[in-house]
Design a protein around this ligand. Sequence first.
Ligand code: RAT
Ligand code: ZN
Length: 418
Amino acid sequence: MILTTEKGIRNTVEEAIENQEITDIHTHLFSPNFGDILLWDIDELLTYHYLVAEVMRWTDMDPALFWRMEKKEQAELIWQKLFVERTPVSEAARGVLTTLKEMGIDPKTKNLDTYRAEFAGRTAEAQVGAVMKQANVSNIVMTNDPFDEQERAIWFEGTRPQDAFHAVLRIDPLLNDFQNTKEQLKKWGYDIQDDWNGRTIKEVNRFLEDWIEIMNPLYMAVSLPPSFAYPEESDRGRVIRDCILPVTKKHNIPFALMIGVKKRVNPDLIDAGDFVGKADIRALENLLAENQENKFLVTILSRENQHELAVLARKFRHLMIFGCWWFMNNPVIVNEVTRMRLELLNTSFIPQHSDARVLEQVVYKWRHTKTVLKDVLTEKYEDVRSTGWPVTKEDIQKDIAAMFHENFWNFLDKDFRK
Ligand code: RAT
Ligand code: ZN
């Protein structure tokens, strides 16, 4: 059906976005059968580290004292300072309100206890179903840490994710702290030697292979500092060259790089104390040029790197760029970056992921993104229509399906499910 008016374009875009199932390609959520490590409910929503960073600007409290408080008390402080004493206009604070509204909880009462009562009557399992339905998310990609004792135990017990949840092997300690990590690997029975030699390489690879076997991950992932360089004669450079690249290639899974985080510039704030730095994109250029048979999923934290990243994706089709990560996930930036990506890459990218740490965040992260994308896409299709080119409803639906769901699975060479 050819669309002949701007209004027709807008309605079609809005409807297609609402009806499109989504694969959320990077979250910190877990399949509900993994137990308590799946975070959910109002107190978890309020103590999200994005909001911890914000509350610290409105209190003189020693952060150490904040961290000693019960979660419930932390949530109350954040509620009081950011929602009662001030209007919650920031993206993370507004997100709590959007979540309440979309989950059918009236934010009007402005009373934390009434919200708590609403959540208290729910179960994790039911809440997963409600959230996925509300956001129209059909597949949730987790972040799975083989260095986390609690999570290891869950995998070793034989627990496996439910169908809608998919694993990702996250390997930050291996690349960012190899000297301590190798001691840990030795304790787990891997024969890592003091030198970087054939035996050490084999044993690091055996560790990766063991976890690929256990998790069946969709990709292998790491977050990296702005100083990331490649190639590099360093622990990180060697592990990437001799272990990550060959193993991901062998299993035909992408290596996901999340570049640009400066960890703990304010260590007192813990997770809320991370910062952003502009990266040198030549590292990625080298990786891509030298490893044409590997696949790379990449997101970058600094706004200043976004243009060169999108241009780089024009040069290398084994690079799939994804999401507006963390400090980039603000409407103003999502709007600008998505427009730029469309202008440079057509629809050959993955515009967003939720990065949800708390289950219900899926609702607001996608609602806010959908709102921005409706405007951006309406404008782009209208520009095309105004040339006289026939824009159809089917074209729009196809493009939106690609960006929200299919580009990811096609890049993986996988069917839409396991
Ligand atoms: O956005 C976040 O919650 C960050 O703390 C990180 O988890 C980041 O997304 C990451 O995956 O490292
Ligand atoms: Zn994340």
